[in-house]
Design a binder for this molecule. Structure first.
Ligand SMILES: NC(=O)c1ccc[n+]([C@@H]2O[C@H](COP(=O)([O-])OP(=O)(O)OC[C@H]3O[C@@H](n4cnc5c(N)ncnc54)[C@H](O)[C@@H]3O)[C@@H](O)[C@H]2O)c1
Length: 426
């Protein structure tokens, strides 16, 4: 049975357990810390850091690096990292973890942070929540705001890493890398042939972006600079900086006697789909982008186009995509995210023209530890009474020596609604 689209309150406790997928925490910087002890909270195992800290912060998954922990320890927090073996924690498990006293939480995008959890956090005395992600479609921000709880996210450190994975999916799909790899491993290669795994050349073609924010713009630059592609994009807001960058790059190419490139914003998603050879989604998920790509819009795309999604699964009607992939063998897609994650719609895994990876777009060590740092700095900053940074450049939090990082929470999405002081006003 396919999993139904994710309803508001879903309990995931029956999902796969950790041993079924590789974790290798110690190899990628999640090393056991010497000063940690272990304990249980309502029967759930936790790793405890800074036992004597006066504020209790729950972290629902192990996080990479050490800097994030320094932020919380410096803010006099006792940090409890959940060691439950369920990959996706149910609301019931999270409520048990929160217990009767919890000052702050760092949670995951797989968790359902709505009224139920924010009410439990409020009742436990909670004053801060941060998502370990830039996107926060799993968070009902208004439910947190209603209860006076600031919600943090981690913008700025995912941009290049996520754009690189979208570029990797684009190339892998266009040049049929995964199909060819499977063919090799299967022992089917008997000699070079003119017709073996012929794919699409990207050079000088047109790349289309839906959502030209941080990640969309970084991806656009990679494709334009790397493959001399022209850009066509749709976003409700123009990205003038990106347009100017590409104009100047086009001038450079012209000056060198090469064909120039150009960037153009169009008024509709449809225009992007009709014109582009590659379309990559980089919008946030909300009511305006749920099933943004559906069967009617797929039908507008070129028969041999490449569609990439490293935004959020529900931006694509995945049933329609499977039907389209089957009916159009030259059409290809690269997917990092899925509508009913972690499940795939029936038939998707059988489509050789789909490249599919398990939501790893932000999975570089620099990014994942940077996300941990920002999430911790969000919670530590609120619990310390610091103002909110909310500026585009968040690198000081990630890269400056600890003694000179800004005394602020890097990114609180409901700062305005809660009337929190911003650094600029402080
Ligand atoms: N796969 C992953 O691991 C991964 C990692 C990071 C981010 N993401 C996703 O990527 C999204 C984008 O991240 P970002 O940092 O670039 O965010 P951003 O806010 O900088 O960019 C999002 C852009 O989408 C645009 N947009 C909003 N509604 C739109 C619509 N209806 N049509 C077209 N564009 C629309 C916005 O105007 C904005 O420019 C996040 O919301 C997140 O869901 C996924």
């Amino acid at each position: 049975m396919p999993r139904p689209a994710r309803p508001e309150k879903v309990h995931y406790s029956s999902c796969r357990k950790e041993p079924t997928q590789p974790q290798s925490e110690s190899k990628i910087g999640f090393a056991q810390r010497a000063f940690a002890s272990t304990a249980t909270v309502n029967g759930i195992p936790v790793e405890v850091h800074n036992e004597s800290g006066s504020k209790r912060v729950v972290v629902t998954k192990s996080l990479p690096g050490d800097r994030w922990l320094q932020y919380l320890v410096n803010a006099d927090c006792r940090v409890e990292v959940c060691k439950h073996t369920d990959i996706i924690l149910s609301n019931a498990t999270i409520k048990q973890l929160l217990g009767t006293k919890c000052d702050g939480v760092i949670g995951q995008l797989t968790e359902d942070w709505g009224a139920e959890l924010f009410e439990a956090l409020r009742q436990a005395g909670g004053k801060a929540y941060s998502n370990y992600a830039v996107g926060y479609n799993n968070v009902k921000v208004q439910e947190a705001t209603k209860r006076g709880i600031p919600v943090g996210n981690t913008p700025g450190v995912l941009t290049e890493t996520t754009a690189e994975l979208a570029a990797a999916l684009t190339l892998a799909a266009a040049r049929r890398v995964v199909e060819a790899d499977t063919f090799m491993r299967g022992g089917h290669y008997k000699g070079w042939l003119p017709s073996l795994f012929v794919g699409q050349l990207l050079q000088n073609k047109t790349v289309g972006i839906i959502g030209a924010g941080r990640i969309g713009a970084a991806y656009a630059r990679m494709m334009v600079e790397g493959h001399k592609m022209n850009l066509v994009y749709y976003d409700p807001y123009p990205n003038k900086q990106l347009e100017e960058y590409i104009r100047l790059y086009g001038e450079l190419l012209r000056h060198r006697g090469e064909p120039p490139v150009a960037a153009r914003r169009v008024e509709t998603v449809e225009e992007v789909l009709q014109e582009a050879d590659v379309v990559s989604l980089h919008c946030n998920l909300d009511d305006s982008t749920r099933h943004l790509i559906n069967s009617q819009r797929l039908a507008l795309m070129k028969k041999d186009a490449v569609l990439v999604n490293a935004a959020r699964g529900p931006c694509i009607d995945e049933v329609a995509l499977v039907a389209h992939l089957k009916a159009n063998p030259d059409f290809r897609c690269g997917l990092d995210v899925f509508e009913d994650e972690p499940a795939m719609k029936p038939g998707l895994a059988d489509c050789p023209n789909a490249v599919i990876v398990p939501h790893i777009a932000s999975a570089s060590m620099w990014t994942r530890s940077g996300m941990a740092t920002l999430a911790a700095a969000n919670v530590a900053g609120v619990l310390s009474g610091f103002p909110v940074w909310n500026k585009i450049d968040i690198l000081p939090f990630v890269e400056k020596p600890m003694a000179s990082v800004p005394q602020a929470s890097p990114s609180i999405v409901n700062a305005k609604e809660l009337g929190l002081k911003l650094v600029a006003d402080a």
